[in-house]
Design a protein around this ligand. Structure first.
Ligand code: ADP
Ligand code: MG
Length: 698
């Protein structure tokens, strides 16, 4: 068969060694097949020709037909440019080149008819088009007159005259050579079941679509294929792991759980908590190792569910641990758990970087002997020195701070890997969760404990300080506490810290009778803790801080969250911060303070925050506004991968279909040995070889 994957791109006519090297270096394109898989990022309708008289400044790309009246070279040094005056009889536009002047000069002739394509801009009272595409009228092929493909190129490629147009040319040469169908990368049943176009047709139409309908079909097929292999990769891996590791079977719910449930639990579980606990119990009894992602908005009661899951482990003779991303959080979890388990004879210990010496040795010995039943801590938990007698359940709080790798290090802590429950308060849209954590099952707590009032969110401009201070005063007089948060990023750290200091001084001046505390990342841990403690105990009414308080801190009496420079935060982060209030029974407020001038995207973000408290809705909006690559948490997850054509924000439904198809393949062919699937496994292997991130997941 006609295998383009092994044909070096340099043998394509018009490429040669130099361009081949450039393609490899800049785009990773080595084979002819690689080139075919370099898809256009947009298409421009070239079916319409405008007259110069019609041109106005708001037009995107336009096409003109006319002749060059004359050219001139103007400007000095970096401003040097070649200008060609181009006319169609209704007016004149200037075609301008800043680079490649030598190449262009002499290429185009005066008084010959050309079709010119580009974006018009008004300059010195006349329209010009910089670096236009130019074709001789007789040469413009029919295919290019419909939808013309546009390819991304790098600066270095452009300097080597390897622009979109050049790639289009190569693509056209290559496709003209393809005389027989290319080997399929999906099986006939999959193609049939999903009404997919053949690979060869899809590749032809993705580059040179005969019409919009065929383009859509080609995109559909290629997106499906891309998502299918991402899912096949993840599901096959999950399946392998399931077979490799048997899970500890927790047969019973015993005294520990029941005592807690009937005696210690101070309130009713919410319906969602009950449902999720059932899901977890089913996993724990199944003989499979549990890997479950527990999603729920801040304050939805995940920690409690996690604790009760740990108690089931204890009931079955195992130990449990809970790992938090920061020391402050670990401390807080430790306190919470101790309080919940009061009066029950269960040894709970805290292990963080600051637990040292004899105390540490004591805990480690207790773990090994089995006397320590629950261990709460930070990364310190996965250090080599820590070993358990029988770790049966590991809970990880705030997944996004821990990579897959760290998660898997937990498995080495006992003979059989423990069941793993990952809690995250960053609601990840389902589509993304499926793709990122395809090896995890997902449980969602989508209900807040009763009595919580939805947080009221207000957007306020920063020139209205007095009114802001009056609102804060009202809350403080009611006995509530207030957070005031400032952004802090590396690039502008000095200025950011100055803002925090200024804000702190301003607040102290405005509230002379209040105790104001201050926390930022530059402070020593002990100092930070002391300030936090001041606030948590209620001794301080106002806390001025940078985003260190973002994760998990729980002060139910705090009812106002003021976010300064709110325009500088992403949606997910704003939502996290807002979740610090609204934990008690009183009405809580979140005030987003910004300057007056705001970008459109920023306005949208603020509007969404004001409109809804629903973390999932916010996460979906975030995905749409920013795209999945930027989504907080995905970077560090270690399972990031590049999608060439599919878009997680838009192709959620297709992802679901692709996942089901991949699931069926793994189900029917667990060993990857069925001859009819050989093509799939071969393709997956090839993809894993070329895609660094894919290989990282196993
Ligand atoms: P999360 O970890 O999801 O942010 P937490 O588990 O910290 O939420 O719960 C937030 C607060 O709500 C805690 O004070 C917790 O004790 C309380 N809580 C949890 N579940 C319930 C419930 N079913 N009814 C009332 N309060 C609850
Ligand atoms: Mg929590």
């Amino acid at each position: 068969m006609y295998d383009l994957t092994t044909r070096d791109i340099k043998f394509l006519s018009g490429v040669g060694p130099q361009r081949a090297a450039l393609l490899d270096k800049e785009l990773g394109i080595r084979s002819m097949y690689d080139l075919l898989c370099y898809f256009p990022y947009k298409y421009v309708d070239r079916s319409r020709i405008y007259s110069i008289r019609e041109v106005n400044g708001s037009m995107p790309y336009i096409q003109l037909k006319g002749e060059i009246l004359g050219t001139e070279l103007t400007g000095e040094g970096r401003g040097r440019r070649l200008v060609a005056h181009f006319s169609d009889g209704t007016g004149v536009v200037d075609l301008v080149w800043f680079q490649g002047i030598k190449y262009v000069t002499g290429k185009y002739k005066v008084h010959k008819e050309y079709i010119v394509f580009g974006k018009p801009t008004l300059f010195n009272g006349r329209f010009n088009i910089a670096h236009p595409d130019i074709d001789e009228v007789s040469e413009l092929k029919l295919s290019a007159v419909g939808l013309q493909p546009y390819y991304n190129t790098t600066e270095r490629m452009k300097r080597g005259f390897l622009n979109s147009r050049a790639i289009e040319q190569m693509m056209s040469t290559l496709l003209a050579q393809v005389s027989e169908p290319l080997p399929e990368t999906l099986t006939p049943p999959i193609l049939a079941a999903h009404h997919l176009m053949s690979l060869t047709d899809a590749l032809r139409n993705i580059h040179f679509p005969a019409n919009a309908d065929l383009l859509r079909k080609a995109q559909y097929r290629l997106k499906f294929e891309e998502l299918f292999y991402v899912q096949l990769n993840i599901l096959r891996y999950a399946r392998d792991r399931q077979r490799r590791y048997r899970g500890n079977v927790f047969r019973k719910v015993g005294d520990v759980f029941n005592t807690f449930y009937t005696r210690n639990l101070p309130f009713e579980l919410t319906g969602a908590q009950k449902r999720v606990l059932k899901e977890i119990r089913r996993d724990l009894g199944s003989g499979r190792q549990m890997n479950r992602l527990l999603q729920g908005d801040v304050g939805s009661g995940k920690t409690l569910v996690a604790l009760m899951s740990m108690l089931i482990a204890l009931d079955n003779g195992y130990q449990a641990c809970l790992m938090a991303p920061t020391e402050i959080l670990a401390n807080q979890h430790y306190d919470t758990i101790c309080r919940f388990l009061e009066g029950m004879d269960i040894r709970v210990e805290l292990l963080t970087g600051s637990v040292k010496g004899k105390r540490r040795a004591d805990i480690l010995a207790g773990l090994q002997a089995g006397g320590v039943r629950i261990l709460v801590g930070t990364h310190a938990l996965i250090e080599d020195a820590v070993s358990f007698a029988s770790l049966g359940m590991a809970v990880i709080d705030e997944q996004h701070r821990f990579g897959v790798e760290q998660r898997s290090r937990l498995w080495t802590k006992s003979e059989r890997p423990p069941h793993v429950l990952v809690m995250t308060a960053t609601p990840i849209p389902r589509t993304l969760a499926m793709t990122l954590y395809g090896d995890l099952d997902v449980s969602v707590i989508d209900e807040l404990p009763p009595g919580r009032k939805p947080i009221v969110t207000i957007h306020q401009y920063d020139n209205r300080r007095e009114s802001l201070h009056r609102s804060l005063r009202k809350q403080i007089d009611l006995g509530r506490q207030v957070y005031i948060v400032y952004p802090l990023v590396k690039e502008s750290e000095k200025m950011d810290l100055r803002n925090v200091e200024e804000g702190y001084e301003r607040i102290r001046a405005a509230f002379p009778d209040c105790t104001v505390c201050k926390v930022h990342g530059q402070m020593k841990a002990a100092e930070k803790d002391a300030q936090m403690q001041l606030f948590a105990s209620g001794a301080a009414q106002i806390m001025v801080a940078t985003t260190v308080i973002e994760v998990g801190v729980n002060v139910p009496n705090a009812s106002v969250m003021v976010i300064e420079n709110a325009e500088r935060f992403g949606l997910a982060q704003l939502h996290q911060l807002r979740g610090r209030v609204g934990r008690g029974a009183e009405q809580s407020y979140c005030i987003l303070v910004t300057g007056y001038k705001l970008a459109q995207d920023t306005r949208k973000r603020l509007e969404i925050m004001v409109r809804t408290n629903d973390g999932f809705e916010i996460a979906e909006a975030d995905l749409k506004l920013r795209g999945p690559g930027d989504l907080e948490g995905t970077q560090q997850s270690g399972v990031a991968f590049d999608l060439k054509i599919a878009d997680l924000a838009r192709d959620g439904q297709l992802l679901q279909l692709a996942r089901e198809a991949a699931g069926r393949v793994v189900e029917d062919d667990p060993d990857g040995t069925l001859p009819e699937n050989a093509v799939l496994w071969r393709r997956l292997k090839a993809l894993r070889k070329t895609n660094v991130n894919w290989a990282a997941i196993s």
